[in-house]
Design a binder for this molecule. Structure first.
Ligand SMILES: Cc1cc2nc3c(=O)[nH]c(=O)nc-3n(C[C@H](O)[C@H](O)[C@H](O)COP(=O)(O)O)c2cc1C
Length: 320
């Protein structure tokens, strides 16, 4: 059983330390461990070229055109049964590096896309998808903040797991963390996260892991959240009373009953659409495919070409 620790903090800072505390626990539980500080890697921003999507849907695999350390990092992640992921909280959410990672996961790590690409490759004799991309994996997140401004970090973290449909075991906040290694309660919590992650990863290594719905299953040890489906606490509130879960996309109404928020939604209607589920990913994939086709047709018209030219001719971007 392999556990990989990833930290996006400064070298030997609070993130590295709590990540290593969890790794120590995983090692005690019998895991083979490895640690990477992802700040030390060359990770470029996604340019939005969509070459990975074209590759996926034309049976040519899911390669990225950018030449940097991303594939090395992905290979390390794919070889692990479980990942402990520590990242500093920047502006209440994940740091830019976390968002770069999410973008670089984007279409090429999406489990739904990979399943479709695998089918295309099988039917048309294309390049088969590396089976490691389709393997179950467990992940635990540590959001480490210098203060208590932290309202979007857990949703940001779970969004990273949503793309490859890795199962979230824990998703904890560590506020006021600059001297966190002197806080025995926090250190014990990080240690416990390592124990819980290793227990779930062992099931993957043994072949006994049963994935739950979406990104959550019965091994989940994180906070209960407000969305009863994905445990997110982040909601987009429409003026008309509709509340949309920012993580799984489920729509319903938010009520305040007996001293707590209760998110009510039509499970039969919305669970098949949940953004972290395979069915939800397929629905989203179909919507995108339909839109791509319609947009391609519209953009091939003379009127669209003329409008595009108008913007191209108006002004060129400044450069340093
Ligand atoms: C640009 C920037 C933005 C930050 N924003 C927040 C924030 O919104 N909330 C918070 O709790 N801490 C914030 N911090 C503090 C960091 O989370 C803290 O410095 C980090 O967790 C330290 O981790 P390290 O010791 O592993 O480097 C911010 C720090 C920086 C540099």
């Amino acid at each position: 059983m392999k556990i990989l620790g990833l930290s996006a903090g400064t070298l030997n800072g609070a993130n590295d330390s709590l990540c290593k505390e969890a790794l120590m626990a995983a090692k005690e539980a019998g895991a083979e461990i490895e640690f990477i500080n992802i700040m030390k890697l060359d990770l470029k921003h996604c340019t939005g070229c969509k070459a990975c999507v074209m590759g996926l849907f034309s049976g040519k695999g899911n390669a990225c055109v950018l030449k940097d350390d991303m594939q090395w990092l992905i290979d390390k992640m794919l070889d692990a049964d479980g990942i402990i992921y520590a990242a500093p909280i920047f502006e209440k959410c994940g740091p830019g590096l976390h968002h770069t990672l999410m973008d670089r996961f984007g279409p090429r790590m999406d489990r739904g896309n990979l399943m479709i690409a695998q089918k295309i490759a099988e039917e048309n004799g294309g390049k088969p998808i590396d089976p490691r991309y389709l393997k179950e994996k467990v992940i635990s997140f540590m959001g480490i903040g210098g203060s208590d401004w932290a309202t979007r970090i857990q949703c940001d973290f779970a969004t990273l797991a949503l793309t490859p449909k890795w199962t979230v075991i824990d998703n904890q906040l560590f506020p006021w963390s600059l001297s966190i290694i002197m806080n025995d309660e926090a250190v014990a919590k990080a240690h416990q996260m390592g124990i819980d992650l290793a227990a779930a990863a062992k099931k993957i290594a043994d072949g006994t892991f049963v994935p739950g719905h979406g990104i959550i299953n019965e091994d989940y040890k994180g906070p209960a959240g407000v969305c009863p489906y994905c445990h997110s606490k982040n909601f987009y509130l429409e003026e008309n009373g509709t509340a949309i879960c920012c993580l799984c996309g489920t729509e319903g109404v938010m009520k305040f009953e007996d001293g707590k928020y209760v998110f009510e939604f039509d499970a039969e209607k919305w669970i098949p659409h949940a953004h972290d589920s395979i069915s939800g990913k397929f629905i989203h994939g179909d919507d995108i495919m339909r839109n791509e086709g319609e947009s391609r047709e519209l953009m091939a018209t003379d009127e669209a070409k003329a409008r595009k030219q108008k913007y191209r001719d108006f002004i060129a971007p400044s450069k340093p």
